[in-house]
Write a protein that binds this ligand. Structure first.
Ligand SMILES: [Zn+2]
Length: 455
C-alpha cells in the first residue's frame, strides 16, 4: 500500500484505464443507462420513439448517436410541463422515485429560467468522487484548508463543491463572496488556507486590493494553490501568470459542479495552458457535433465541436445526449505532467459564434487574445455589431479599455502588437476602439461580450 500522501491519483483503478478500457466501460454503462432512462422517463422514451428505436437497439456508440439531441430549451420545457401537470419540476425528466431524490442544484441561471440538476445520494457520491479526483491530482491532501470564495447559492459551485472537498478529507471554508473582499481576506487570516477557489477576475482583484486591506501583498497570504472556477480566464496564460506571481501559488483551472462533466488542468508547463484533463469519463460520455448541422465529429486529437454529454451510472436526472452549446477542442496527446486521460479546452459558446470573412470567431477567443496584453489593458471589452450575428461584415469592431496609468500616446504601438497577435491567433484583423479604464460597465454576473448597436 502506498501512503495516501504519495498516491498520485484518488482512484487509481479507474483513472489509469487505457483508452480502449474506458470506452468499453462506457459502452457497458451506456447500455444499462439507456434502458433505465427509457423505462423511467416519458421524456427520454419519446426521444427513442422519434427515431423508432428501443434501448436494446443501442449496441454501439454509433447506434446511440441516432437518438435526437436534448437542448436547454427542451430541458426548461420539460421542467415547466412537469410543474404544470404533476406539481413538481422533475416528473418528466427524473428517473428515480421522488423519495430517492436528495438534492436539486441549478445552473447559475443568469439568463431565463434556471435549469435543474436532480440528484440521488448515489449521484451526490459520484459528484463528490469527481471533486476528490480533481483536487487530489492538484496535490491537495487531508489537512489542507481550502477557502471557497465563490457564490454559494444554488449554483453548482456552491454546496456540491463544499461537499466534494469534505469527501476527500480536506477542510473547506465556504466563505462565499457575498460579504465582500475584506471578509474573504479576514478569513484567510483566521483560517490559514493552503488553497483558494475563486473566479480568476476575483483573484486579480484580490491581488490589487490585498496591500490596502491587509497591509501586505497577496503573495504573503500563504496560499499555495489558486483554483480558477466559474469563468474562462483560468485558461489564459497571461492571467495564469498574473495569478501565479501575485499569490505565489500554483494555478489550476477546473470545471464541474452538480453534474457528471468534470475536468482539471495541470500546471505544466506553468506559463502555458494545455487544457483540462477529463476526469469523469466513467460517468460521462462525451460526444462532439457540428454546431450547425449537428452531425457527429470524431473524438480525436484536435477535433473541435459542440459538446454533447450523457450521464452514465446516474439515477436522478440522467441527461442523455444533452447539447449545452459549449464548444470544445480535444487534446488526445499524452500530457507532459504524466497524468492520464484525454484533455479538452472550452473554446466558447456555440450560440455566441460569429463569422467574419468565413472565420469562426468566439467572443471567448477575443477575450483570451485581449487578456494576453494584460496589464496594459483591463481585459474588459465589447464586440460592437451593426446587426445581429452570426455573419459580421468585416472588420469586427472591438471596444476595449486601456489600463489605468497607460499613456494614451503609446496606444498606436500597443494596437499594432495586438493586431499582429489577432491575425495570428484569432485569424481576423479587427478594428479597435480604445476607451479609458472603467468606461465599460462591470457586470457582477455573466458578462455580456456582444452589443448590437441601433442604427
Ligand atoms: Zn497535464
Amino acid at each position: 500500500m502506498v501512503a495516501y500522501e504519495e498516491r498520485k491519483l484518488w482512484n487509481e483503478a479507474i483513472e489509469t484505464l487505457s483508452r480502449d478500457e474506458i470506452r468499453a466501460l462506457q459502452l457497458e454503462k451506456l447500455k444499462k443507462q439507456v434502458t433505465y432512462n427509457y423505462q423511467n422517463s416519458p421524456f427520454y422514451q419519446k426521444k427513442f420513439d422519434q427515431v423508432g428505436a428501443k434501448p436494446q437497439d443501442i449496441r454501439s456508440f454509433e447506434d446511440f448517436a441516432r437518438i435526437p439531441l436534448m437542448t436547454k430549451d427542451e430541458h426548461r420545457g420539460a421542467q415547466e410541463e412537469s410543474i404544470e401537470r404533476h406539481g413538481n419540476p422533475y416528473e418528466l425528466l427524473a428517473c428515480a422515485p421522488r423519495e430517492k431524490i436528495v438534492r436539486i442544484n441549478s445552473t447559475s441561471g443568469t439568463t431565463g429560467v434556471p435549469t435543474l440538476y436532480t440528484l440521488t445520494q448515489h449521484d451526490v457520491d459520484v459528484v463528490n468522487e469527481m471533486h476528490a479526483r480533481k483536487y487530489w491530482r492538484a496535490g491537495i491532501r487531508p489537512g489542507d484548508v481550502m477557502l471557497q470564495a465563490l457564490s454559494l447559492s444554488m449554483f453548482t459551485g456552491g454546496l456540491p463543491l463544499s461537499q466534494g472537498i469534505m469527501h476527500m478529507g480536506a477542510c473547506v471554508v465556504p466563505v462565499g463572496i457575498a460579504g465582500g473582499t475584506k471578509r474573504v481576506l479576514d478569513f484567510v487570516r483566521l483560517t490559514s488556507p493552503a488553497a483558494i477557489i475563486a473566479t480568476p477576475s476575483f483573484g486579480q482583484y484580490l491581488i490589487e486590493k490585498c496591500p490596502e486591506l491587509t497591509g501586505k501583498p497577496a503573495c504573503e497570504l500563504g496560499l499555495r494553490w489558486f483554483f480558477c472556477a466559474g469563468e474562462p480566464g483560468g485558461g489564459n496564460p497571461a492571467v495564469r501568470t498574473v495569478l501565479a506571481g501575485g499569490f505565489g501559488a500554483r494555478v489550476f483551472d477546473h470545471t464541474g459542479g452538480g453534474h457528471a462533466f468534470h475536468g482539471i488542468s495541470c500546471d505544466e508547463p506553468p506559463e502555458q495552458f494545455s487544457g483540462m484533463h477529463f476526469v469523469s469519463e466513467d460517468h460521462c460520455l462525451l460526444e462532439l457535433v457540428d454546431p450547425d448541422t449537428k452531425a457527429p465529429i470524431k473524438l480525436k486529437d484536435g477535433a473541435i465541436g459542440e459538446m454533447v454529454f450523457t450521464f452514465l451510472d446516474w439515477e436522478g436526472g440522467p441527461f442523455m445526449r444533452y447539447a449545452l452549446g459549449d464548444m470544445l477542442r480535444i487534446i488526445a496527446q499524452p500530457c507532459s505532467c504524466g497524468m492520464p486521460g484525454i484533455r479538452f479546452k472550452i473554446v466558447g459558446r456555440a450560440d455566441d459564434m460569429l463569422i467574419v470573412k468565413g472565420v469562426n470567431v468566439y467572443p471567448e477567443a477575443v477575450k483570451s487574445a485581449i487578456l494576453s496584453f494584460f496589464p496594459h489593458v483591463t481585459g474588459l471589452f465589447r464586440i460592437l455589431l451593426d446587426a445581429p450575428g452570426p455573419v459580421v461584415k468585416p472588420p469586427l469592431k472591438i471596444r476595449l479599455e486601456y489600463a489605468h496609468g497607460f499613456a494614451e500616446k503609446d496606444l498606436p504601438g500597443l494596437e499594432q502588437k495586438m493586431m499582429t497577435y489577432f491575425r495570428q491567433e484569432v485569424r481576423i484583423a479587427p478594428e479597435f476602439e480604445w476607451v479609458p479604464a472603467e468606461t465599460i460597465p462591470r457586470e457582477m454576473k455573466k458578462t455580456k461580450f456582444i452589443e448590437v448597436q441601433e442604427q
